[in-house]
Write a protein that binds this ligand. Structure first.
Ligand SMILES: Cc1cc2nc3c(=O)[nH]c(=O)nc-3n(C[C@H](O)[C@H](O)[C@H](O)COP(=O)(O)OP(=O)(O)OC[C@H]3O[C@@H](n4cnc5c(N)ncnc54)[C@H](O)[C@@H]3O)c2cc1C
Length: 885
């Protein structure tokens, strides 16, 4: 390794700087601002960026040697394109950083811009490449679609007789991962950080819900170093004699720190468990081989990927590296990741590699006859959703995490380090990082049996088709409502969100579906199994029937996964006034829709409040947002404020009773007066439904007359049965979340995580109506500035002219032939009769309504540009006006 602790005396001066009052504590040898645990590429990147941004009092601790964990054996592929804007920004930044690191640090990282090539052998894969190429245009990543012959020119050893085409990314490349880590560490040191090897962190120290440092174990050579240094430089270090003896005898010492960063790769889950922090990741065996020299192979061959065959390949000197992302992989079944697993590999597993090897020989026939010089079987940490984990732990203030990199840690580390450093310094993310935010997981996700099952599927996802609505097949059934078996018996096809099993749609055997075997000429799916496609999927007709039931009769939605809280205390209303854009100080019984904003004016959440009492509110927010929203509210509650937040998600189910017949249906089961006068929109009441008592809330996310019933979980089945029985002649229909999605899009209702993110403001999202400018709230100042200056991006709704295609979200939008943004979510609007999506229109100057509406719009549907009508108001309202007039 290039950096040895024993050589870094100058840095140890700061390591041993005296703590003013340490004599009162045992074994405290250091006080620093930030301690980073883990000297892999990620920890080194965090240290580098913190120091570069001016935080020099940073100590990075590595239990063995730098890069000795997973980093050293990585294949070094660095691609720039990811599926979201933020992730692409992260990877693009990594490439730029690595390309200049040698110049900056004097340490070569082996960066080679060899380009990358993705070949397709199926029409579906070609469609995916076309979708990718279109989006990359917007993300600023050059992607060329080329034919098989051109692909062979780039990679002459390829077999192309079954290749339909390829994507060529000229700016991708490769590095030597270990050297990147070392260069970043050197860069960090040059900017003032301290890097220490052979120091194992035993645990994170915490007090009053805050990380305050780490307890470390100094290996004997390091302890000896410390002893020598202490005696040599006693005066300078002002280490008193009694402290020296402590250091001498101590195997474990404490380092106090304001911030602690866990970047311990596959060891990080364990470190988290020891301080009560949820970091769901698990090591998985990941394989590649390197051949003996092959004629025609050379180091500058592009990085090749054949996702249909689950393989990647590149030149390695005059040989070939062949790696695998098999559909089903093997967790490393280790009880505890051993601390001394440095520069080590697992045993070669030729049996597991036989399929990729066969596929590799097919794609690169020269592999048929070559020998193999090396088998790399390295463990790498994978997360439940194939996105890495970063950010401040909700359980402990000032404890940050950057781990679980799912085999893209080399490509992501540069950007991840930069954005984590900014997050630490600014106190909040400087970019929408929700897809990797640690707060997307609750404790349910950290169960080891669940992780071991789920990660078998995750590794392969990199190369599986990126089907719209693809659902995980493993690790299912973790969170179920009491209705689960009833809905399953009625042919619900379930999807999963935040662990909750939710009905997405119902198969034809659902007894509550309207009669007939076709809808709009399309056959119903008879069984609740997804058949994926980029076009209409097999549930199209089922979805149409559920959608129409909500518009024309009455539909019943199980929305129990909604996150729910009670906020209670004498300061609850004051706190909400400070957090919410809308006025929360409303009469008891009123429901309020509001956004919560960050200092940049972006949406941290959008949610509904119900005032239950002068000092008590119910908060209802998205299924995915439970941990995130609770964290946001708690971290913004001042210590002196009297407002207690309790998560009651598991205690109440939610039944959406939506449609023109909803009032008639509910009136059969309740004595309450449901008229507009007695139960107006935006209010809530406790009412009886049969023998149960529920909180009925007159709101809608689908744009129809309806009530959301908040039912104690133990009475959910009772209420469901009563509604179903009573609604038979009113046309009651089970309906799923796909119907909610199309209904809300027709009505122009936004969704957090799609249209609304920490980067989107209410003025851009067209939600300024839900803001009360007369009061102060977080984000108000910046929003007022934006209001005065005008916006440069604006959310709009698009409906395709051609009724045939479908939209899924993630499609490029053109205005007068020029890309202006992409769709944030999409579906098929069965009332308006065409595919519908939302998306932001971006402009270099102020965006006026006239500019927006005067354009000619198209949406790229799998490579084909389809004309679209743009709307700033709900297309459903227009359709309804047309019907009524
Ligand atoms: C075979 C294979 C090929 C790969 N190829 C690629 C590729 O081509 N491109 C790509 O982008 N990614 C690739 N990856 C993934 C990539 O290697 C990882 O995502 C990345 O190295 C993770 O870096 P890290 O810093 O998070 O973890 P690590 O490199 O494992 O670093 C974590 C460090 O923390 C230290 N540590 C842990 N606990 C403690 C403690 N208690 N005290 C002190 N130190 C501690 C460990 O010793 C370790 O050095 C590949 C992975 C494998 C297995």
């Amino acid at each position: 390794m290039a950096i040895h602790f024993s050589a870094a005396y100058s840095h140890k001066l700061s390591v041993l700087r005296r703590n003013a009052d340490r004599t009162r504590r045992s074994n405290v040898i250091k006080e620093t601002k930030v301690v980073i645990i883990g000297g892999g590429i990620v920890g080194c990147s965090v240290a580098y960026h913190l120091a570069k941004l001016g935080w020099k009092d940073v100590v990075l601790l590595e239990q063995n040697q730098l890069a000795g964990g997973t980093t050293w054996h990585a294949a070094g592929l660095v691609g720039r394109l990811r599926t979201t804007n933020s992730m692409t920004k992260i990877n693009k930044y990594s490439v730029e950083l690595y390309a200049g690191l040698e110049r900056e640090t004097g340490h070569s990282v082996g960066w080679k811009q060899v380009g990358s090539l993705i070949v397709a052998r199926s029409q579906d894969r070609m469609t995916q490449l076309r979708r990718t190429a279109a989006m990359s245009e917007w993300f600023g990543v050059e992607v060329q679609l080329i034919g098989p012959e051109a692909a062979k020119e780039k990679w002459p050893l390829l077999r192309i007789d079954d290749v339909l085409g390829a994507a060529w990314l000229p700016h991708d490349g490769k590095v030597v991962p270990k050297e990147v880590a070392v260069a970043l560490a050197k860069g960090a040191q040059a900017h003032g950080a301290t890097v220490a090897e052979n120091v194992r962190v035993l645990e994170v120290l915490h007090r009053d819900g805050r990380a305050v440092g780490v307890r470390v174990h100094l290996s004997e050579p390091v302890a000896a170093d410390v002893r020598r240094l202490s005696s040599l430089r006693d005066a300078e270090l002002s280490v008193r004699k009694e402290d020296q003896s402590r250091v001498t005898s101590a195997a474990a010492v404490d380092i106090e720190a304001e911030y602690v960063v866990l970047a311990g790769g596959m060891w990080t889950r364990e470190l988290g468990l020891r301080c009560g922090v949820t970091i769901p990741l698990h090591p998985v065996e990941h394989h590649y081989v390197i051949t003996e020299p092959i004629e025609g192979a050379f180091d500058d061959l592009p990085v090749g990927r054949d996702p249909d065959l689950c393989i990647y390949f590149r030149g390695e000197a005059n040989a070939v590296m062949l790696g695998a992302f098999q559909a089903s992989s093997k967790p490393w079944m280790v009880e505890r990741v051993p601390g001394d697993f440095s520069f080590q590999l697992l045993d070669p597993d030729w049996e597991k590699f036989s399929e990729p090897l066969k596929n590799g020989k097919w794609r690169i026939p020269a592999l048929e006859t070559c020998g193999f010089a090396k088998f790399v079987n390295g463990p790498e940490s994978f997360t439940p959703d194939n996105n890495f984990i970063m950010g401040e732990a909700p359980e402990l203030r000032n404890l940050f995490v950057a781990a679980g990199f799912n085999s893209v840690g080399i490509a992501s580390a540069g950007g991840a380090g930069k954005y984590l450093a900014e997050w630490i310094i600014e106190g909040q993310p400087t970019l929408d990082l929700w897809s990797v935010d640690i707060r997307r997981f609750g404790p349910w996700a950290n169960n080891r049996n669940f992780l071991r099952e789920r990660v078998t599927e995750v590794l392969g996802l990199h190369y599986q088709m990126a089907w719209p609505n693809r659902e995980f097949e493993t690790g299912r059934g973790l969170r179920r409502t009491p209705l689960h078996d009833r809905l399953a018996a009625q042919s619900a096809c379930f999807g999963v969100k935040n662990g909750w099993e939710r009905p997405n749609w119902f198969a034809r055997s659902n007894t509550r579906h309207p009669p007939g075997d076709r809808d709009h000429g399309v056959a119903f799916a008879e069984s609740p199994l997804m058949e994926y496609s980029f076009g209409r999927q097999n549930w199209f007709a089922n979805h149409a029937a559920e959608h129409r039931a909500a518009r024309e009769k009455v539909a019943l939605f199980d929305q129990s996964g909604f996150s729910k809280f009670i906020l209670k205390g004498s300061d609850a209303v004051g706190l909400l006034q400070r957090l919410c854009g809308n006025n929360a100080d409303v009469a008891v019984g009123k429901a309020v829709y509001t956004g919560l904003f960050n200092e940049r004016g972006g949406f941290e959440s959008d949610l509904t409040l119900i005032r239950l009492a002068p000092d008590e509110f119910q908060i209802i927010t998205g299924t995915a947002q439970a941990v995130h929203d609770a964290d946001w509210i708690r971290r913004n509650t001042a210590p002196h404020e009297h407002a207690e937040l309790v998560d009651v998600t598991g205690s109440f189910g939610v039944l959406g009773v939506m449609g023109p017949n909803s009032r008639a249906l509910l009136s059969r089961l309740t004595e309450a007066d449901l008229s507009n006068a007695a139960f107006p929109f935006g209010t809530a009441q406790q009412i009886g439904i049969g023998q149960a008592t529920v909180r009925a809330v007159r709101v809608t996310y689908v744009g129809e007359l309806g009530w959301e019933l908040h039912v104690p979980m133990d009475q959910l089945a009772l209420v469901y049965d009563r509604l179903m029985d009573a609604g038979l002649d009113l046309g009651i229909t089970n309906a799923g979340h796909y119907a909610i999605n199309s209904l809300r899009l027709e009505k122009g209702y936004r969704a957090w995580g799609a249209e609304l993110s920490p980067d989107d403001t209410p003025l851009e999202a067209g939600l300024a109506f839900a803001i009360d400018w007369r009061k102060t709230f977080i984000g108000r100042d910046i929003l007022l500035k934006q209001k005065a200056a005008g916006v440069r991006r604006r959310l709009a709704i698009f409906v395709l002219e051609d009724p045939e295609p479908v939209l899924w979200g993630g499609e490029l939008i053109y205005r007068d032939g020029t890309p202006v943004g992409y769709t944030t979510s999409g579906s098929y609007g069965h009332t308006i009769g065409g595919a519908i999506a939302m998306g932001y229109v971006n402009h270099s100057a102020e965006l006026t309504q006239e500019f927006i509406l005067s354009g000619r719009y198209e949406i790229n549907v799998s490579g084909r540009r389809c004309s679209a009508r743009i709307h700033l108001q709900a297309p459903y309202d227009l359709a309804r006006q047309r019907i009524l007039s």
